[in-house]
Unconditional design. Structure first.
Ligand code: CMP
Length: 816
């Protein structure tokens, strides 16, 4: 204002001599009649050039006027922001106020003129300094198609010095120079955009700072000049994750609009995007080039590498749960090896229990569901709610039963079920939700039960999996026996509960008792009070004993733990091999389908922290061992060479059928049984085997060969289509390897290593993929169906390696 006053005084003083040619005078303006106290661009430039030898070009003089225009000391009649050295009209701000008798008309006094002359040099020098910046801004304000090569050079020079752009190549910066625009906001507290708005541009802060504000959290961070923001909505094609508000007057930004961003920046944006809240990293995204093919040039997307649990959920809801993101096909969910599809939602659902227990998840969902605010528009509130509902739908369909394990889930679902069909959240929701809302119609006692009922129908129509399959447990001999001992004790009972039960029956104090497993080889292990699912964790011929503490040493193996003393060779010979393989596979399939993906997590991270059981997995693994020992037991109990050769043939053929039925778990168990030292050392037996079978076995042995991380098996299984019964121990090995080789927490503040969660989920998805199609084997022509079924369900084996080796040595003593 001061500089404007000085210049105006000098103009007035000069023009008092010849008012008719004065710089400031009333002029006829086309379309507006006579406008008072006007100046013309070209004349203003002429005048400034004549004022001081410091001003040496028209461009420089224009730039100096530009400074005053930016500061609104002068105004363009056309309201344009760029000063033009043309026949364009300007006025001093104070003259534009509309007072005809204002200071404009008055001649400045002598004192004022003297004062202005004294300040002249200082004013010229200040304007000269500010001019380049003003020019840059003016160029940036020009319509992009009007930028001259010189303009582009000036912009490029500026971009080189901006921190947020430092990772970009020269070419990209030059491209940006063509399209980047200037945006300024004179007042503090200006909202640039709101959380939930559609993302239309990306910003870099040139001057000033902004607050990042999130619903329910307030200001989460402050960004300064050199920082950028607004990329998240563009790269994820999602609504704005935060509201941006200027913190001070005169904030200036560079802005790139969405189409340009996608064309120039999307694929070259920084590899890592880090979001902070209160100075801490809360979300780290990393770029993945989803599809390298030329057809999808703008296909780069970002995956979550790390994050705070709460922030990851927020990000998930914002970016993956809108109706338009939910067009996920079933194949995408179940296909384990395709990194092309975005797995963030599925990864989160499969692994959240590792870093965000269900009750915490529900609390957060509840918070996101209950966003109510008079300042946010209705659309935002409805969108937030419907995202939560979509999340719940995905959660229940993909995780099934465990979702309902905690009572807090029930009360939350009750809240959700109350939304009923007349709520707009339902109306605007995608089809699955309508399906869900249909289920509310079920006449049933409580809303959540109705909901569960509805959901269960969906669940069963997808994959028929649930833990009630544990009802099949007694199929297995050992459990039949255990059931007699512990009838009525649930599988998830702790060792302590079992002890209390026993103490009651025995009339002893439970503090004096120990619970121990005694294996068939005499090994004893005391079971800790907190352990759960004890029955299913036992070794094959292991037994649980309850005894007074001081009697532990005296406990010995029971005779029946040693296993059978006679083989079943004759019986086996009567069964068709195909029929045997068929029923083995049916049982395995049943057990396999009962294993929940979560059980793999419980297996690696320990079941106790989750207070959950992994009994289905235990049983499946037990069955593996059982089949393996069955092979060894039968061969070692066959006391003539002829019988042994027959059995060898039978088991190799059985393995071949299992392989054909894609039951790789039983296939491994059989081949490993045949490779057990007690069998493999029987050279006379193997010598008598027809060469065709021997070749077959060598091939099978190559398939189970563990070298190079089970490469042979992995290649073979990779070629199969579901249904597949995978070699479970390898999946567990993969899980353990991932779990032990990677930290879950990246810092003490609780930043989760989500990359690890993704790896764990990949293995868990394998499980889902393998059983994504029902097992529909052609049943064999029934010969002895009932006998085979009974036989297969009640395998009796010796699981003591010492006994087996002993038997083997007796059959074929070592040659001298
Ligand atoms: P976008 O979602 O497009 O709009 C809001 C922007 O705020 C977002 O992109 C980020 O660039 C920026 N931002 C900075 N910190 C955070 C944060 N902790 N959470 C969300 N957005 C953030």
């Amino acid at each position: 204002m001061m500089m404007g006053k000085v210049l105006k005084t000098l103009i007035m003083a000069a023009s008092s001599a010849s008012p008719a040619s004065a710089l400031i005078r009333d002029r006829k303006v086309p379309g507006r009649g006579t406008v008072r106290h006007c100046l013309v661009g070209t004349e203003m430039v002429d005048w400034l050039l004549g004022l001081s030898p410091e001003v040496h070009s028209r461009a420089q003089a224009s730039a100096m006027w530009q400074v005053l225009l930016d500061e609104q000391v002068i105004l363009a009649l056309s309201k344009e922001h760029q000063f033009k050295d043309k026949f364009v009209f300007y006025r001093f701000h104070e003259d534009a106020e509309g007072r005809g008798d204002g200071p404009a008309g008055r001649k400045p006094g002598q004192d004022a003129v003297r004062d202005a002359q004294q300040k002249k040099d200082e004013v010229i020098s200040t304007l000269t300094q500010l001019a380049p910046d003003a020019v840059l801004k003016a160029i940036l304000r020009k319509p992009t198609h009007d930028r001259s090569p010189d303009d582009l050079e000036i912009i490029y020079e500026e971009l080189v010095h901006i921190r947020a752009l430092s990772h970009l190549s020269t070419t990209v910066k030059r491209e940006l120079a063509n399209i980047i625009v200037f945006e300024s906001h004179p007042r503090a507290e200006t909202v640039l955009f709101n959380q939930g708005d559609e993302g239309v541009s990306w910003y870099v802060i040139l001057k000033g700072s902004v607050n990042v504000v999130i619903h329910g959290k307030g200001v989460v961070t402050t960004l300064q000049d050199g920082d950028d923001f607004g990329q998240l909505a563009l790269i994820n094609n999602a609504p704005r994750a935060a509201t941006i508000i200027t913190r001070e007057d005169g904030c200036q930004f560079l802005r790139v609009d969405k189409d340009d961003f996608n064309r120039i920046l999307r694929d070259v944006e920084a590899n890592t995007v880090r979001l902070k809240e209160h100075g801490r990293d809360v979300l780290v995204l990393e770029k993945v080039s989803a599809n390298p093919s030329a057809a999808h040039r703008h296909s780069a997307s970002y995956t979550v590498m790390a994050g705070m649990p709460q922030k990851m959920l927020e990000h998930l809801l914002e970016t993956r749960l809108d109706a338009r993101h939910l067009s996920v096909r079933d194949e995408d969910i179940i296909r384990p090896y395709s990194s092309a599809t975005d797995m963030f939602l599925d990864d989160f659902l499969l692994t959240h229990i590792m870093f965000m227990p269900t009750h915490q998840l529900i609390t957060e969902l509840m918070r996101n569901y209950r966003i109510e605010s008079p300042t946010q528009d209705k659309e935002f509130v409805v969108a937030s709610k419907s995202r939560v509902v979509n999340f719940v739908y995905q959660w229940v369909t993909s995780i099934r039963d465990p979702v309902f394990d905690e009572t807090i889930t029930h009360s939350f679902f009750e809240v959700l079920s109350l939304i009923k069909a007349n709520n707009s959240a339902i109306h605007s929701a995608p089809t699955p939700l309508l399906y869900l809302s249909h289920s509310f119609a079920f006449a049933s006692s409580s809303p959540w039960q109705r909901l569960k009922l509805g959901l269960l129908i969906i669940m069963y129509s997808r994959l028929s999996l649930d833990s009630t399959r544990l009802a099949h447990v007694p199929l297995l001999s050992i459990l039949a026996a255990l059931r007699e001992y512990f009838r009525g004790i649930p599988v998830n009972a702790t060792a302590e509960t079992i002890k209390l039960n026993a103490a009651d029956k025995l009339g002893l104090r439970h503090e004096e008792l120990v619970l121990a497993e005694i294996k068939s080889n005499g090994e004893k292990s005391v079971i800790a009070d907190t352990e759960v699912s004890i029955a299913t964790c036992l070794s094959i011929n292991g037994r649980i004993f309850v005894s007074p503490k001081d009697h532990l040493d005296a406990m010995t193996v029971l005779p029946d733990q040693e296993g059978p003393s006679d083989g079943t060779c004759n019986e086996l010979e009567m069964f068709s091999t195909r029929e045997l393989a068929y029923y083995i596979t049916l049982i395995d399939w049943d057990l396999f389908c009962s294993v929940h993906e979560y059980e793999l997590l419980y297996h690696v991270a320990g079941a106790q922290p989750f207070r959950k059981i992994k009994s289905n997995l235990d049983l499946f693994l037990r069955r593996f061992n059982e089949i393996q020992y069955w092979v060894v037991t039968e061969i070692c109990l066959a006391n003539t060479l002829g019988k042994r050769v027959q059995l060898l043939r039978k088991f190799i053929k059985l393995a071949a059928y299992c392989k054909e039925f894609q039951n790789l778990n039983a296939f491994f168990a059989l081949v490993m049984g045949l490779s057990n030292v007690a069998v493999s050392r029987l050279t006379q037996t193997w010598e008598r085997l027809p060469s065709k079978l021997r070749k077959m076995f060598t091939e099978f042995d190559g398939l189970i060969e563990p070298s190079r991380n089970h490469r042979a098996y992995r290649i073979a299984v990779g070629k199969l289509q579901p249904p597949i019964l995978p070699f479970m121990p390898l999946l567990l090995k993969d899980m353990t390897f991932t779990h032990e080789g990677n930290r879950t927490l990246l810092d003490s503040a609780g930043l989760i290593n989500f990359e690890k969660m993704h790896m764990l989920a990949q293995t868990m998805r394998t499980l889902r993929y393998c059983r994504s199609r029902q097992l529909l084997l052609q049943p064999p022509t029934p010969r002895s169906e009932q006998e085979v079924r009974n036989y297969i369900r009640n395998l009796r084996v010796i699981d003591n390696q010492r006994i087996l080796t002993g038997l083997s040595q007796r059959l074929e003593p070592k040659r001298a």
